[in-house]
Every structure is written in C-alpha cells, then in structure tokens.
Write a protein that binds this ligand. Structure first.
Ligand SMILES: CC(=O)SCCNC(=O)CCNC(=O)[C@H](O)C(C)(C)COP(=O)(O)OP(=O)(O)OC[C@H]1O[C@@H](n2cnc3c(N)ncnc32)[C@H](O)[C@@H]1OP(=O)(O)O
Length: 415
C-alpha cells in the first residue's frame, strides 16, 4: 500500500483536462507537443480509465490510464487492464506518485473484474516490484536488402498491390488481417476500439521522422487478401549511392505462402539497402525463412509484462499443455488475497482447477514469476535455476510442461 504526499489526491481525468494530461506525459517522456497529430488521431484511452495525481495547487503531477483489453492466453482469453500513459512530472518524481498510481490501478482493475493487467515497460527495472513479470520477448530484425528466403510453394502465384494508406478505408482491413494472422498466439491483443485501430494506421506528418507517408502492401490470391504490411521508406543517398531504409510498422500474413510473398516484396525494394522489421515473436516465420540469418542483426528485448491480479480466475482462464497436480506457494505483497498455498490440478483436457490447500508446497514463487509464466513463454525450470522459483526439479519440470505454449507469446501492438 502507499500514501501520497500531504495535500496530493487521486482524481479521474475529465475530458476537458486531457490537454493537462498530455502535458504531464510530454514532460515525462521528453516529447514535443504535436497539435496536428492530436487533431488527426482520436484520444486512444477511454476517459473513465484516465487517472491523475493532483498536487495541492490543483495541477496534475502524475497521470496514468488503462486500456480495456482482451488478452489471448494459451487456449483462451482473459480480460486485461493494459496499463499505459504512465508519467510523472520530472519535478515530482521519486516521491511515491507511481507507487500510489499502481495501487489505484490494481484496485480499480479488480473492481472492474479484470483478473490480469499487462504493460510495456519504458524501462525494465520499474515494474517487477509491483508484481509484473516479464512474460514475452520480442525480436526486431535489421535485414540486408535482397536477403534470400527459403522457397515456399504457392508464393510465386500471389500478387502484391501497393498504395498509400487511407486510414478511413484501411483501418478495418489491417485489423482483420492482424487478428487472423495472430490466431493462437498468446499475447496477441486485438485493437478493440475504433480509436486504437485509427492509431494503428495513423500517420501524422510530425511523427514520420523523415520517412515518406505510410504505405500499405497487400498480398492477394486473386481477389482474396492474404497479407498486409504497413511500411515507409526513409530515403537517403550515401557516398556509394542509394541507401534507403524500409521501416515496417506491421506485417500480417495468413499462411506460409503469403508470409513468403510479403517479405520477398519488402526485402527487395529498389534504392533500399536495409529493412527494419516491427517487433516479432522469437519464433516468427521470417526467422525460419532466412537462408542466411547471420548478416541480419537481431535485437532481443522484453515485450509484455503481465501482472496476475486475481490468481485463481487468471489461472483458470487459460488451458495447459499437460496434466498436472502441483501445490504452489505464492507470495504477493501488494495483493495479499493471492498469497498462500494453491493446489493447481489440470485435467486431461488441459482445464485447470485451483483451490486453497494446507499441504506442503511443491513450488514456491512470487506472483511476479507466476505472471511471467502465464503466457507460456517462460520456463519454471529455468526460473528454478535462477533461484526465482523454488522446488524440486521434477515439480518445476511438471510446471514447465503444463504452462508451455506451442507458439511464443508476443504482442506486436505496443500500448
Ligand atoms: C506502462 C507505461 O506507461 S511505462 C512508462 C513509464 N513512464 C516513464 O518512463 C516516463 C518517465 N518517467 C516517469 O514518469 C517516472 O520517473 C516513473 C513513472 C518511471 C516513476 O515515477 P516516480 O513517481 O518517480 O516513482 P516512485 O517514486 O513511486 O517510485 C516507486 C519505486 O520505483 C522505483 N523507480 C521509479 N522509477 C524507476 C526507474 N526508472 N528505474 C528503476 N526504478 C525506478 C523507485 O526507486 C521506487 O522504488 P522503491 O519503492 O522500491 O524504493
């Protein structure tokens, strides 16, 4: 629990004070005001989910918001509060305002019936102390132009159409392909509101960073759309000639042939020398298709951080990869209702039942590690090797097998 400095209070941000909220985040993130972008893009966070800490003089010292998300989990989905827009004015930092906002966020999310929260961390060391675990990784590739791909049957008969993005016409198409391309992948959160979909295809001039206006490449099998990519090139002429970079914002394809066709197109555009991918899952098909992955630079970073707010409801919302009967001893300093001993029984169909028990625990771990395991992208055995989960090796192995996902979790949409 936390207390605010004397005279500070937590308030809901009314629509007429959105500009003040923006100002706090601009100061916190060191970004310039961009009125043109603000006019072109709808405000993406629902108003009743925007909170601020008001200082004694009535101005905002800190802000945060959350998206109302549906998070795909192995074999199911769960309501998820996507924490976002967290910012504390630089002259108000390290006085406990973030800690107070997290307390508010956890309480309000639970009140709304959201058993899970997730976020992208601006800096990795911040959120573990609040019970968020790093649950997925992402890889960004910088691929040399012309990188060869292993052949995929049927790719050659697909065609690619190129056009400038028209947000009004393309937002729904891009979302439809994104959702279908990510089917079965934990963490692949849909952009559920028109505002979020508008953000996905939004292209305010002030945010282009020297790139051309956003383009849409569509892979077609006759008239059937099988893949889309959002991208823009940043033109440049070096001493050796053309040196443009292709910056791919999003790439979604429905099958191996369309994946091959889409990347073949993006990897061989005239006047370019390198292609930068969006955040990909660590097992993305492109990694398997590259004939020679060595000249490709890979940057591996954390992707989603997950916080279990209501442990039994969250664990029952997903399916498991194998039968298990494991007693977990969970610690949770901020939400004590989660703490204590839980018996996790997984039946032959992969459905879980979680109940309180007094018997000795097989595995002891913090709610942070349980959140990290939740999407199926981490190994309890590996956490055991790091001392972050304690139990005998056989129990850790059973937990690892039960929690595993056949596809690595990732969320390409960074909220
Ligand atoms: C989900 C998102 O939106 S991520 C975006 C987060 N926002 C930013 O990075 C913008 C720039 N930074 C900021 O706005 C602020 O510095 C914040 C939000 C990171 C921290 O806010 P503060 O009010 O200073 O944090 P607060 O004083 O409550 O500190 C809480 C704890 O986190 C720690 N902490 C805070 N920021 C950091 C950091 N950047 N790195 C490591 N630890 C941190 C504090 O040391 C403190 O630790 P303790 O309680 O265990 O002793």
């Amino acid at each position: 629990m936390s207390t605010l400095p004397t005279g500070y209070r937590t308030v809901v941000v009314p629509p007429e004070r959105i500009e003040e909220l923006r100002t706090v985040d601009q100061l916190a993130f060191a970004v310039a005001p961009d009125p043109e972008a603000d006019q072109l893009l709808p405000f993406p966070v629902p108003h009743d989910r925007l909170m601020a800490v008001e200082s004694p003089d009535g101005t905002y010292a800190a802000v945060h918001g959350s998206y109302d998300l549906v998070m795909p989990v192995p074999g199911g989905q769960v309501a998820c509060a996507g924490l976002t827009w967290v910012g504390v004015r630089p002259d108000e930092r390290r006085r406990g305002l973030l800690r107070a906002m997290i307390t508010t966020h956890l309480e309000r999310s639970l009140e709304r019936g959201e058993p899970v929260s997730a976020l992208f961390a601006a800096e990795a060391p911040i959120y573990g102390r609040f019970g968020y675990g790093s649950a997925a990784d992402q890889v960004r590739l910088t691929v040399p132009r012309g990188a060869a791909l292993r052949p995929v049957a049927g790719s050659e008969r697909l065609t690619v159409r190129l056009e400038r993005v028209d947000p009004g016409r393309h937002a729904e198409l891009v979302e439809d392909l994104y959702v279908r391309a990510g089917a079965g992948r934990p963490g692949w959160v849909p952009r559920a509101t028109p505002a979020l979909r508008a953000y996905t295809v939004g292209d305010p001039p002030g945010r282009r960073a020297g790139c051309e206006p956003l383009l849409l490449a569509t892979v077609l099998d006759g008239q059937d759309v099988r893949g889309v990519a959002l991208f823009a090139r940043k033109a440049s002429w070096g001493e050796d000639g053309a040196d443009a970079v292709v910056k791919v914002r999003e790439a979604s394809a429905l099958d191996p042939a369309s994946t091959h066709r889409l990347w073949s197109f993006l990897l061989d555009l005239d006047l370019t020398t390198t292609v930068e991918t969006p955040p990909l899952a660590v097992d993305d098909p492109l990694l398997h298709l590259l004939v020679d992955p060595r000249p490709t630079r890979r940057r591996l970073t954390d992707n989603l951080w997950v916080r279990l707010l209501d442990v039994p409801t969250a664990l029952a919302a997903r399916r498991y990869a194998g039968p298990a009967d494991v007693v977990l001893e969970v610690t949770d300093v901020l939400l004590p209702a989660n703490a204590g001993r839980w018996r996790l029984v997984v039946d032959a169909d992969g459905a879980a039942d979680l109940s309180r028990t007094d018997v000795d625990a097989d595995v002891a771990l913090d709610v942070r590690e349980l959140g990290a395991l939740y999407l199926g992208g981490r190994s309890a055995a590996a956490m055991g090797s790091a001392g972050l989960a304690r139990g005998d090796r056989a129990a850790l192995d059973r937990l690892t097998t039960a929690f595993a996902s056949s596809l690595a979790p990732v969320c390409p949409f960074m909220f």
